[in-house]
Design a protein around this ligand. Structure first.
Ligand SMILES: Cc1cc2nc3c(=O)[nH]c(=O)nc-3n(C[C@H](O)[C@H](O)[C@H](O)COP(=O)(O)O)c2cc1C
Length: 218
């Protein structure tokens, strides 16, 4: 006979409809203020706050609860210089040779190029790794979806805690596994520079699609 799965009581805060609506729109307002920042001040950040945000990311749902993620918090200046060096090498190749004209056209409004000063300027870097399998080679499921959700929670937690962030994906980024001494089952997923914007920081003028354009109700 199959054993019954162990259960525990759900902790759930029941709210009335008006409270739910208020909270959801308040969260929307907060998120509407999240922007990708590429111009950071070199102020230090309280690492304890970043640890708490990473802990929040670790509460994410994941395929079969395999939690296929590792977050590497990098504050050491020498390591960050090495990451910048390697990222700029890959990005130079990307911008000057690898990227298609269409891709470069799509990036033009952001004003980005191969230079990545935020990798050494921002208070810290969080490098997200996905785990293709567990350490013994056992299966993980829906890895990209799971790590994407955890990373979204991380970005939200960092923003709510008062930090500016960037989602940076140097292309390709396998150099990170070696530089950060991660095992063979892990793949670099994203670098998140975290910190405070430089004085007078400006960001690209962008538009969000309207709710009516992204929501289908039936
Ligand atoms: C998966 C992903 C990868 C990204 N990679 C980069 C990157 O490598 N460099 C960069 O400057 N911005 C990167 N971005 C940031 C986007 O350009 C940015 O989110 C978009 O322009 C919207 O601007 P916002 O984040 O300020 O709302 C990335 C965003 C996502 C979601």
């Amino acid at each position: 006979m199959k054993a019954e799965p162990e259960t525990m009581e759900l902790v759930f805060v029941r709210r009335d409809a008006a409270d739910s609506i208020d909270r959801a729109w308040a969260y929307n307002l907060e998120m509407s203020r999240r922007r990708s920042v590429r111009d950071f001040s070199s102020e230090t950040v309280p690492l304890e706050a970043l640890r708490a945000a990473i802990s929040a990311a670790g509460q994410a749902p994941s395929g079969a609860n395999k939690q296929p993620w590792t977050f590497v918090l990098v504050s050491d200046p020498e390591r960050r210089a090495a990451i910048r060096d390697a990222a700029e090498r890959e990005e130079r190749e990307f911008y000057e040779r690898r990227a298609s004209d269409t891709w470069l056209d799509d990036l033009a409004h952001l004003g980005t190029d191969w230079r990545k000063p935020f990798l050494t300027d921002a208070g810290a870097l969080i490098v997200v790794f996905s785990q293709a399998t567990d350490a013994q080679g056992g299966p993980h499921y829906y890895v990209r979806e799971s790590v994407g959700i955890a990373t979204g929670i991380l970005l939200s937690a960092l923003h709510l805690a008062g930090f500016a962030t960037l989602t940076h994906t140097p292309s390709p980024m396998h150099f990170l596994r070696e530089l950060l001494q991660r095992p063979a089952n892990e793949r670099a997923y994203m670098i998140i520079p975290v910190g405070y914007p430089a004085d007078g920081c400006r960001v690209p003028q962008i538009k969000r699609r309207a709710l009516a354009d992204i929501l289908v109700e039936m």
